[in-house]
Design a protein around this ligand. Structure first.
Ligand code: UGA
Length: 440
């Protein structure tokens, strides 16, 4: 099928590439000329495992095109996806300006019947706004065309996006049009083998499903972080508790890892946006507000542990392992590392940080400063440092030589923000150990 995708961010680029990979003819449109030029020359704007070779192969095979020409792109697609960003507005609501700008562009150039699919994470009711924006432009052109607006939220995770897209748990399609549903079923047929993954529903339920999924996952994390803080105070070990509850299939093993708080471009913004939607519709989002408040506090927990150990960190040099909001990405949006670094700097400490992929992003965010050294390796970050803080659980941080760490760190102390290490093993090497919720 002929597919057009607006937006070459995470969702648009990965979706477009995966659709091309299964044989569809895909045109990706972006207003960012440099980005489009880069993509046409094999420069992938994000770090995402497995994506680069797939983009290059499908581009070379002529199934994946990148352009800034919206009119010809709209002409191309039987299905037109909107996959542009919905950054948070000042009040926490999702800002729809990019989504609605694309809708207007579609209305300005549409020449034949089409299915418009919204993949961006958008509040309930957005499909109606998209429909109205397209219809308004058609009216300006005095043109009548049949078009459907479908909600088809994306559930991919950064760092595992290609895999999630190629092997989705479910494909949610929200539409009241049987013809649009049939079209999307054909589009997704290559991803829907062996068992039924398509869950079809009305548009508003599909829009809410996306937020409900992310808010549920964020709730699990905040819940575990709260229990971890209780464990710390009452002398229990959250890791034992996690094992004890995860084996109950009603609870499950996923997303019950306590840590330095959730970050990224989705959970923080989506929990706030859903709370905003709730308020707008007259509901009191008590639980969502609590999930957000627990997370905001948790992002400061590593610094709290350091203050507990040191009293005052002024003058200390702190090695930080991990800056990205999670492993296998260079994304630092709402990352816990940013809270920690700000607190350390505010308190007069120096930071020597290492991240396998996010160094350039950190450079962009923080610029040059005397109290920050961005290091080329985990070992370099330790040189001359007083303490180590692990913020992101990259695989390469999982089994350091604790003897060497003890010999290198002047104050012989490790703060483990992701519970990567066995406390006894670290302590046996002569280091003090602080984890999350490990009060035993
Ligand atoms: C999340 C969802 O997992 C995806 O399903 C969804 O499609 C995506 O948002 C989106 O809306 O686009 P993502 O933000 O890429 O994906 O990353 P996650 O793997 O969900 O991690 C989010 C944060 O939660 C990270 O900071 C991670 O460290 C933290 N986390 C995760 C925990 O602290 N504990 C856990 O047990 C799991």
């Amino acid at each position: 099928m002929r597919v057009t995708i607006f937006g070459t961010g995470y969702v648009g680029l990965v979706t477009g590439t995966c659709l091309a990979e299964v044989g569809h003819d895909v045109v990706c449109v972006d207003i960012d000329t440099a980005k489009v030029e880069g993509l046409n020359n094999g420069v992938i704007p994000i770090y995402e495992p497995g994506l680069e070779p797939m983009v290059k192969a499908n581009h070379a095979a002529g199934r994946l095109h990148f352009t800034t020409d919206a009119a010809s792109a709209i002409e191309h697609g039987d299905v037109v996806f909107i996959a542009v960003g919905t950054p948070p507005d000042e009040d926490g609501s999702a800002d729809l300006k990019y989504v609605l700008a694309v809708a207007r562009t579609i209305g300005q150039h549409l020449q034949r019947a089409a299915v418009v699919v919204n993949k961006s994470t958008v509040p309930v009711g957005t499909a109606d706004k998209v429909r109205a924006a397209i219809a308004g432009e058609l009216q300006n052109r005095r043109t009548t065309l049949v078009f459907d607006v479908v909600s088809n939220p994306e559930f991919l995770k950064e760092g595992d996006a290609v895999n999630d897209c190629m092997r989705p748990d479910r494909i949610v399609i929200g539409t009241d049009s049987p013809a649009a549903l049939e079209k999307l079923k054909r589009l997704y047929a290559p991803f829907n083998r062996n068992h039924e993954r398509i869950v079809s529903m009305d548009v508003r339920s599909a829009e809410l499903t996306k937020y409900a999924a992310n808010a549920m996952l964020a709730t699990k994390i905040s819940f575990m972080n709260e229990i971890a803080n209780i464990a710390e105070q009452v002398g229990a070990d959250i890791e034992a508790v996690r094992q004890g509850i995860g084996s109950d299939p009603r609870i499950g093993w996923h997303f019950i890892y306590p840590g330095a708080g959730y970050g990224g471009s989705c959970f923080p913004k989506d929990v706030q946006a859903l709370a905003w939607t709730a308020q707008q519709s007259g509901c009191n989002p008590r639980l969502l507000d609590a999930v957000e408040a627990v997370n905001a506090a948790q992002k400061g927990h590593l610094f709290e542990l350091m203050t507990r150990h040191y009293g005052d960190v002024r003058g200390k040099t702190v090695a930080v392992w991990g800056l990205a909001f999670k492993p296998n990405t260079d994304d630092m949006r709402a990352a816990s590392s940013r809270t920690l670094l700000a607190q350390l700097w505010e308190a007069g400490a120096r930071v020597q940080a290492y991240d396998p992929e996010a160094t350039h992003e950190a450079q962009r965010i923080f610029g040059e400063r005397d109290d920050l050294t961005l290091c080329g390796s985990a070992g370099e970050a330790l040189r001359g440092a007083d303490a180590l803080v692990v913020v992101t659980e990259w695989k390469q941080f999982r089994s350091p030589d604790f003897g060497k760490l003890a010999a290198t760190l002047a104050d012989k102390v490790v703060f483990d923000g992701r519970n990567l290490y066995e406390p006894a093993e670290v302590e046996n090497a002569g280091l003090a150990y602080y984890g999350i919720g490990r009060g035993r």
